[in-house]
Design a protein around this ligand. Structure first.
Ligand code: HEM
Length: 404
């Protein structure tokens, strides 16, 4: 019988790609006892689950996955309720609004962090930049006090550990759940005060938003802000670390990007395909459904393996090669690029923050390349990726000739 790869084994955590290949090629549908879910790994199956044209793959499972840390967020909603919530929050993350209000915030936060190390000649790009930049940007966009950034960072770390806690560690679970109370105690009074003194920040936009007579309650806004910490922080953090790890491992492609910064968009799209920040997304079946390799019953949890689907040889030529010039990335700009890869999901829950993430990564990488003209990995260092649910380089020590 076929050996079923265990997604919770240390070997899988070290390198999931051989197991992904086995699943795609030999067991495209497999029951995984430890997570009590069906794993699907082929591009066509994962794409179908996300697009969900037949209304089979719901997000009802998020009630137990996400509710304990964030409360009820947009991710758990469906149907009209989801459409209205999406219409309430999405405009703040679209092009014009993003450019006008938030691009300066993004540029300033990147600059402040880079100024902290540009004269030193060395930095760990994970600890010194990637894990701080997106969280600082979100806190700043919301108009929160700068002195609260470290607290945000702590909550964010606990929430991420909670969401990635596939093995059910009790302490990690308890710490994650504590953030829900702590974050509410912090955030609700701020939302109250902001309603009385609306400004130009994201929190004010959320307070003001109204669609078909519907507005968000304090609790709705608090839950959304809490989701932003994880959904907008960790993902973008891993994307920045991964784009650098991929480019540093391919110096010819790094040189090309350095010479022509418009290629950062391609490097971003290829990074999201090759090493997506989010490797797994869970859904629940509303009815029985046929996928490659068999039938999933109604009411089952399905783990959609984005990391596997993004390397499906039926979809990509030479899928295990990082190549920013590949011709099966459909666009050069990465956005209409929903079709390029599954890293942002697709369909109703397609990432609200995709454009913000793109702006952050492009700005961050551009400024980092300016500050570190000859950046290279520290001597003898080979990046190691960690994480199963989300994944990225554990650390990324680099050296460069310091700015004068
Ligand atoms: C949804 C990935 C950045 C906010 C999602 C989903 C994925 C994803 C896979 C779908 C989840 C699901 O269907 O269950 C990413 C990646 C990012 C990124 C890879 C960075 C490279 C951001 C940013 C923000 C954000 C910067 C906001 C500040 C959201 C929200 C949703 C979402 C609010 C829920 C949308 C809905 O349910 O309608 N993201 N994300 N994300 N993302 Fe992102």
């Amino acid at each position: 019988t076929q050996q079923i790869p265990d997604i919770l084994s240390p070997a899988f955590a070290r390198d999931p790609y051989p197991a992904y290949r086995t699943m795609r090629e030999d067991v495209p549908l497999v029951w995984h006892e430890a997570t009590q879910s069906y794993l699907i790994s082929r591009y066509e199956d994962v794409e179908r689950a996300f697009k969900d044209r037949d209304a089979v793959f719901t997000t009802d499972n998020y009630d137990w996955q996400i509710e304990p840390v964030h409360g009820r967020t947009i991710l758990q909603l469906s149907g009209r309720e989801h459409a209205v919530r999406r219409a309430l929050v999405a405009p703040a993350f679209r092009g014009a609004e993003l450019q006008r209000k938030f691009l300066p915030v993004i540029e300033r936060n990147a600059r402040e962090l880079i100024d902290g190390f540009r004269h030193t000649g060395s930095v760990d790009l994970v600890d010194g930049f990637a894990t701080r930049f997106p969280v600082n940007v979100i806190a700043d966009m919301l108009g929160l006090d700068k002195s609260d950034h470290p607290r945000f960072h702590r909550w964010y770390t606990a929430v991420i550990a909670f969401l990635g806690n596939l093995s059910g560690d009790q302490e990690v679970a308890a710490a994650g759940e504590r953030t829900r109370t702590e974050f509410a105690e912090y955030m609700i009074p701020i939302i109250h005060a902001r309603r009385d003194r609306l400004g130009d920040d994201l929190l004010s936009t959320l307070c003001r938003a109204e669609v078909d007579g519907v507005r968000m309650s304090d609790e709705d806004i608090k839950a959304f802000c809490s989701l932003l910490l994880a959904a907008g922080g960790e993902t973008t953090d891993k994307a920045i670390a991964s784009i650098f790890a991929n480019l540093l491992r391919h110096p010819d492609q790094l040189a090309a990007v350095r010479a022509d910064r418009s290629l950062i968009a391609r490097a971003f799209a290829e990074t999201l395909r090759y090493t997506p920040p989010v490797h797994m997304i869970m859904r629940q079946t509303a009815k029985e459904v046929e996928v490659s390799g068999g039938t999933i019953p109604a009411g089952a949890t399905v783990t959609c393996l984005i990391g596997a689907a993004n390397r499906d040889a039926d979809r990509y030529r030479d899928p295990d090669t990082f190549d920013i010039f590949r011709d099966d990335l459909t666009t050069t700009t990465a956005f209409s690029a929903a079709a390029d890869h599954l890293a942002f999901a697709l369909g109703r829950h397609f990432c609200v923050g995709a454009l913000l993430a793109k702006a952050e990564v492009e700005t961050g990488v551009d400024q980092l390349l300016d500050a570190m003209p000859d950046v290279r990995l520290a001597d003898g260092f080979d990046p190691v990726e960690e994480g199963v649910f989300t994944r990225g380089p554990k650390s990324l020590p680099v050296v460069f000739t310091p700015a004068a």
